[in-house]
Design a protein around this ligand. Structure first.
Ligand code: LLP
Length: 427
């Protein structure tokens, strides 16, 4: 959760900037991203791990937020990238990331996507035997750096859609097939350099991570023994949660890093795995609490329930509808006022489920109020759409009280770009 600051007018500040003024200057709905917070999150995590294991690298999971400015900030911090599509590779390269710091973990890839990745020179994390065989047919195995994504049969996450390990998961290679695929890769002429697992997203409990580390290290040990592969990296994926609800406790990152690295080093020793780099792929942890969505109350309505209708919808931020996720809401123009009523916060789309909150305790809302929906830095803009033909919002970056536009608000022309009406239907 954002550490909220309030100025003497009672206005919520983000990155030192007055959110009410931002809403006036840039209109709503508006994503406001705090540069300092992104850097702090990155540095806190990096420092916690390198303290115990210096050969540590963060690969920012850019699906969380692919704004080019966010990518630039993280490149500047020294991050690498976890990319899941050719589009993400394209944007990461454009933002200055070196291909050797990009790991492409795709799922159900087409051959042209595999080719795009190999031609871009990025590392490829293979998710199935089919992908390995196709990769060997269309590329020169000697020139491609590969790893395998293993399903360690440990899964966790804030919602069942966000659990990526275990029997039901479509991701990764069965643990009992791990040795086979690494051997096959060698026979095909590849020299695999890494091993990977990602168990899920939005995890605040260190336990599943510990289990996954133990499992993946034992698998890595067996693979290395059977194939003589000298792993250059072992990648435990992302998944580190953030507290969205005031009652949730953040991960104690120092303690987490100490636990994970000590188990990791113990297992390196046990299996004589040398000193490979340890990779983590956090998305949410880096950007989740570094942004908020500003939206304006345009309608107060009492029917069978009391609603505050706002000028954003699940096209703008889908998490509450898609996962039932809680996002804390602050009345930005009266941020010091105490909650007095329970109210539903409804979006502006023509769908009954388009709600940001039900029965949320807030100060008495008025038309014209600006609401700040917090923790909207991850899986927020990146999951937005133009549903109901609503152009997407603008994004701004704030630093030391100053704001800069980093994505223009869309307009109607964006709704029709790329559409073609066959001439025979034109009058
Ligand atoms: N690595 C891999 C291979 C992943 O699939 C993901 C997320 C990550 C890293 C980063 O996970 P994070 O550190 O951000 O938890 N839309 C959902 C989250 C989906 C996550 C998908 N994969 C949400 O809004 O909660």
């Amino acid at each position: 959760m954002l550490n909220v600051e309030v100025n003497d007018k009672g206005h919520l500040l983000i990155g030192g900037a007055d959110t009410v003024k931002l809403a006036e200057d840039y209109d709503t709905p508006l994503y406001v991203i705090d540069e300092k917070r992104i850097r702090e999150n990155y540095q806190r995590l990096h420092k916690a791990f390198t303290r115990y294991y210096p050969n540590f690298q963060i690969l920012y999971a850019c699906k969380a937020n692919t704004n080019l400015t966010v990518l630039r900030i993280l490149e500047d911090e020294g991050s690498g990238i976890d990319a899941v599509s050719p589009g993400e590779i394209y944007m990461a390269l454009l933002s200055g990331f070196k291909p050797e710091k990009i790991l492409y973990t795709g799922n159900n890839l087409r051959d042209d996507e595999i080719l795009f990745a190999t031609e871009s020179g990025v590392m490829i994390n293979i998710d199935s035997k089919s992908q390995l065989l196709r990769l060997s047919k269309i590329t020169d195995p000697e020139n491609v750096k590969i790893s395998f994504r293993i399903n360690p049969m440990v899964g966790a996450g804030h919602h069942e859609h966000c659990i990526t390990g275990g029997e039901l998961s479509k991701f990764g290679i069965r643990e009992d097939e791990a040795i086979k695929v690494y051997k096959l890769a060698q026979e095909l002429g590849f020299q695999p350099i890494g091993i990977h697992a990602h168990i899920g997203s939005g995890i605040l409990d260190p336990e599943p991570f510990m289990l996954a580390v133990e499992k993946l290290m034992d698998i890595a040990g067996k693979v290395s023994k059977a194939t003589k592969i000298d792993f250059k990296f072992i990648d435990f994926g992302g998944g580190l949660g953030i507290p969205y609800h005031p009652s949730e406790k953040p991960l104690d990152i120092k303690e987490f890093a100490e636990k994970i690295t000590s188990l990791f080093m113990e297992k390196l020793d046990e299996h004589s795995l040398g000193e490979p780099a340890m990779y983590l792929e956090p998305g949410r942890y880096i950007v989740g609490d570094a942004a908020c969505l500003l939206t304006r109350v345009n309608t107060i309505k009492e029917s069978y329930r009391k609603f505050a209708g706002v000028d954003a919808g699940f096209n703008t931020l889908v998490r509450p509808v898609m996962y039932g996720s809680y996002h804390h809401i602050i009345v930005a123009n009266r941020a010091n006022e105490k909650p007095v009523e329970k109210i539903d916060i409804a979006g502006n789309l023509c769908e009954s489920g388009d709600l940001f909150a039900r029965d949320r305790k807030l100060p008495e809302l008025r038309e014209g109020d600006i609401l700040a929906i917090l923790d909207a830095g991850a899986y927020a803009f990146s999951m937005s759409s133009q549903y109901n033909s609503r152009p997407r919002p603008a994004e701004i970056l704030v630093k030391d009280g100053e704001a800069e536009i980093i994505r223009e608000r869309e307009d109607f022309s964006d709704l029709i770009s790329k559409q073609v009406i066959p001439p025979r239907l034109l009058k």
